[in-house]
Design a protein around this ligand. Sequence first.
Ligand code: FNR
Length: 390
Amino acid sequence: DLYNRGILERIPPPMTTDPNRLRAQAKRVMRPEAFDYVAGGAGEGATMDANRLAFRQWKIVPRVMKPASPRNLKVELFGEQYDTPILCAPAGAQEVYHADKEVGTARACAELNVPFIMSTASTSTIQEVADASGSGGPRWFQLYWPADDEITASLLQTAWDAGFRVLVVTLDTARMAWRPHDLDRTFLPFALGQGNIVGYRDPVFRRKFAAWSDGDTPEESPMLAARYWLSEIFSGNNRSWEELSLLKRLWPGPVVVKGIQHPEDARLAARHGADGIIVSNHGGRQVDGAIGSLEMLPDVVAAVEGQNIPVLFDSGVRTGADIFKALSLGARAVLVSRPILYGLGIAGRDGVKHILASLLADLDGTMLLAGVQNVKDLGTGNLKKVAYGG
Ligand code: FNR
């Protein structure tokens, strides 16, 4: 048991698991541009704050004298069994946080059988991540949906051939939001301008970029590639629900939509064939002033009830209690994001594993102490909404 070993054997942990101190520790060791990119949000950070406040409004009401051992944390998603109800959220540019980059994160996830969701903006290649995950590592692919259908098809083909089985398409990022930190630090050119994100490696992208730039490769002209990606391929790409069928045609596995907040969008996603929904506001990095993500979870769950569409959740998950709350409000599983990136920034692959294992141990302990044996038994009866924060 991780906690008892920690306190009895005095094994010094590689990092704290207190979410606020973890952030501070990461700030001390990460490059300022990289730390600000991870920690920062859109606008004044109001939605990032709301994400945490939304968790604080729900309180766990523990039960006693209920048999709660051994715990069962297993969940089923799209016909696959997973040991635990957490996934690693997609996050790009990991090379900038630590030399272990996405392959390190993916390997830590594989060791714990946690699905790794690989971002289109990753700095490791699709094949490197597939090799790092090995045969047992569940891997999902996240798409920033290009405006160009040929590039989309090519990226998806590469990911499917490399063993990625679930597609996550992020819908809340038709363009990057106004993120003052990144403007202040000029981070984006710094990260995307290395010429090596997954999107740039795609052969169709390379051919089109060469035509657009008079024969350049992204390696020769990384800033130009970043410009082409952001302005031609990615930015302002407003799709309609009808176009989801294109992805359904191109991807043989389940297609999950990420970035849903409004229950009407959840209904539309279901009607247009989405196999799963991720309630997320991108960690407060897109619409600043948007509602805290957890606030919308019960409404989205209600909107697709009875349709066999699992609802996943992210934005603000920091502790075992947070996972307990999100599952109680109807999420099948949660995506963990910034804590993993801080773990990576501090100690690479080992840091990611430490963060994931600690979160799971924390969830396990919370369930025991609240009298819940199986994550399937979590429900609104385990919570009460209160009017005070704290
Ligand atoms: C992200 N996120 C993200 N999402 C996505 O679909 N594709 C991506 O490439 C990225 N990249 C990314 C980079 C960084 C540095 C962060 C912090 C986030 C969003 C991510 O998947 C998730 O939705 C949020 O991070 C959840 O919020 P919290 O829990 O981290 O606050």
